[in-house]
Design a protein around this ligand. Structure first.
Ligand SMILES: [Zn+2]
Length: 259
């Protein structure tokens, strides 16, 4: 994950430049997002917002004003109002009465709870998969994903690295064949992603890609005990990369994150 380390300063600079531009637009009466041309359907708007949050372009704590979003996507406020509850259901945003919608900002305590829950659930998911007699299709799918992560790292594609890291864990849960575990994992992955956006130590990666490969190998070998142990170790590493000793960084304004 050296790639991410190298990439960070450049990315931060780019973001702050965009934010300044966005603020300027806000003052001029256009909300702080560049027009997201061509995305008009509920599904399209939902996807655009999810990826902006997952790729850390929309930071925890950012207010998502209905009017601003409607202008950005060129749709009615009613359409935005139809999308927001879905994001809230995923745990990605929080709807506050009389205040509006905000990208969820997990507290330090919630962040610790997320990792505690993941350490309870995910070794079980890995075990379940490793014990499936017919797991070759699942293993092939996991290997494909690990290869995509490797490519993203080779390309220094920080956005893709962040997104794919979280998706690996959701994919494991989905492939395990327990829909309730998959549903819980999606929510936990969302919260983890927000936690990383808030508490990641500067210039440190989140998931270490080769660890995903090792977990996949253990599942492929049918070694449930090793798969579960590697998962716990991996989650400990991810949590150790966070700095939960301090408060969250100040949230950014709604930036040109959906362009
Ligand atoms: Zn991971």
């Amino acid at each position: 994950m050296k790639a991410t380390r190298v990439n960070r300063p450049a990315r931060t600079k780019a973001v702050s430049k965009r934010t300044t531009a966005a603020r300027r637009r806000t003052k001029a009466g256009t909300p702080g997002l560049a027009p997201a041309r061509g995305v008009k359907s509920e599904e399209g708007i939902y996807e655009r917002l999810v990826s902006a949050i997952f790729e850390h372009r929309l930071k925890p704590g950012t207010k998502l004003g209905e009017e601003g979003l409607a202008a950005i996507f060129g749709v009615t406020r009613a359409r935005i109002r139809a999308v927001l509850p879905r994001l809230a259901h995923d745990g990605l945003i929080t709807l506050e009465p009389n205040r509006g919608a905000f990208v969820t900002q997990p507290t330090v305590e919630q962040a610790r709870d997320v990792f505690e829950a993941r350490r309870l659930i995910e070794p079980g998911i890995a075990t379940r998969l490793a014990r499936q007699p017919e797991r070759s299709t699942a293993v092939a799918r996991l290997r494909q994903h690990v290869a995509a992560e490797r490519r993203a790292r080779a390309d220094d594609d920080a956005r893709a690295i962040v997104r794919l890291s979280g998706e690996f864990h959701v994919l494991l849960a989905e492939l395990s064949g327990n829909s309730l575990l998959a549903k819980s994992m999606r929510e936990l992955a969302s919260l983890t992603c927000l936690t990383i956006a808030l508490y990641d130590k500067p210039a440190k990666p989140s998931c270490l890609g080769e660890e995903h490969g090792e977990i996949t190998d253990a599942i492929a070998a049918g070694d449930a005990r090793r798969a579960a142990a590697l998962m716990v170790e991996h989650l400990n590493h991810v949590e150790q990369e966070l700095d939960l000793s301090m408060g969250a960084e100040k949230p950014l304004d709604l930036a040109a994150a959906l362009a």
